[in-house]
Design a protein around this ligand. Structure first.
Ligand code: 13P
Length: 282
């Protein structure tokens, strides 16, 4: 059921559990996420990132997201992840996304505030919730043409409190040591839990952790215990889809149907989400 983001996050924050926000990139991944949420009777934030606009258009993502959400009873909010500019964010709001992220975290504090406030005012005037980021979650991100390395800047408590006050955001992504992307050194990152505790004691809105893939179950569970409400995950789904598809191709010498490959990829995606919902939401 299409549900307001604020409702899902407020309930989770109050009851100290985490909401998984998986990024979809096509009809199948969106269906996998929503049906897995339904199977486990758990809320999710069904997310689409602007960086994937070369895979499906925003109009397609909005139509797919709303259709899928309406097809189940579990609470599903349709969320724009990493909106990069006001025009795109505005279009997502007009197309019926329940919440949007404006990511201006690569700019200095004042510019981040200015760009976020502009988007927040528009979102709120349309009854839509908004997330922004202060500090910067780095890592390896896949741009449409190449893999790009981006540096991490840790969030300070002072900046986060000031930023939340000045912009009126409904949730805030903080940087405490996770990173985006595939090329992590296969070790779980060291997270700054002390900083997270201070952030959660001082910032009134739900806190968001980006870069969930490869962070490790213990770390993620502790993050939720110490104040993270929403956890973004993307890369692990694509890795699971790739590996499950490759296994079918490798092991079935008489493989005749592409659909069998697709089915294996879908099952891989569903298993990753089952794991994270059971870890964080239950
Ligand atoms: P990962 O790809 O590292 O899981 O990060 C996802 C994310 O933060 C999307 O916003």
């Amino acid at each position: 059921m299409l549900t307001r983001t604020k409702e899902i996050l407020t309930e989770a924050k109050k009851n100290h559990y985490g909401i998984v926000a998986p990024d979809f990139w096509d009809l199948n991944s969106a269906r996998d996420y929503v049906q897995t949420a339904e199977e486990l009777d758990a809320p999710i934030l069904l997310s689409f990132a602007q960086a994937h606009k070369h895979l499906i258009s925003l109009e397609e993502a909005a139509a797919v997201g709303k259709l899928m959400a309406a097809s189940v009873k579990a609470p599903i909010a349709l969320h724009l992840d990493h909106g990069e500019d006001f025009d795109y964010v505005k279009r997502a709001i007009e197309l019926g996304f329940n919440s949007v992220m404006i990511d201006a975290s690569m700019h200095d504090f004042e510019e981040n505030v200015r760009l976020t406030k502009e988007a927040a005012d528009f979102a709120h005037a349309h009854g839509v919730d908004i997330e922004a980021e202060i500090g910067h979650v780095g890592g390896t991100t896949e741009s449409p043409t190449e893999m790009e390395e981006v540096e991490t800047v840790y969030t300070t408590v002072e900046d986060a409190v000031k930023f939340a006050e000045k912009t009126g955001v409904d949730s805030l992504a903080v940087s405490i040591g996770t990173s985006h992307g595939v090329y992590k050194n296969n070790k779980n990152p060291e997270l700054n839990f002390k900083r997270l505790k201070e952030l959660s004691e001082n910032v009134p809105v739900p806190l968001v952790l980006h870069g969930g893939s490869g962070t490790g179950d213990e770390n993620l569970k502790r993050c939720v215990k110490e104040g993270i409400t929403k956890v973004n995950v993307f890369t692990e789904f694509t890795v699971a889809a790739r590996d499950c598809a490759a296994k079918v191709v490798r092991e079935d010498e008489n493989l005749k149907s592409y659909m069998k490959i697709q089915k294996a990829a879908d099952e891989g995606i569903r298993n990753v989400l089952r794991h994270y919902i059971n870890l964080l939401t239950k």
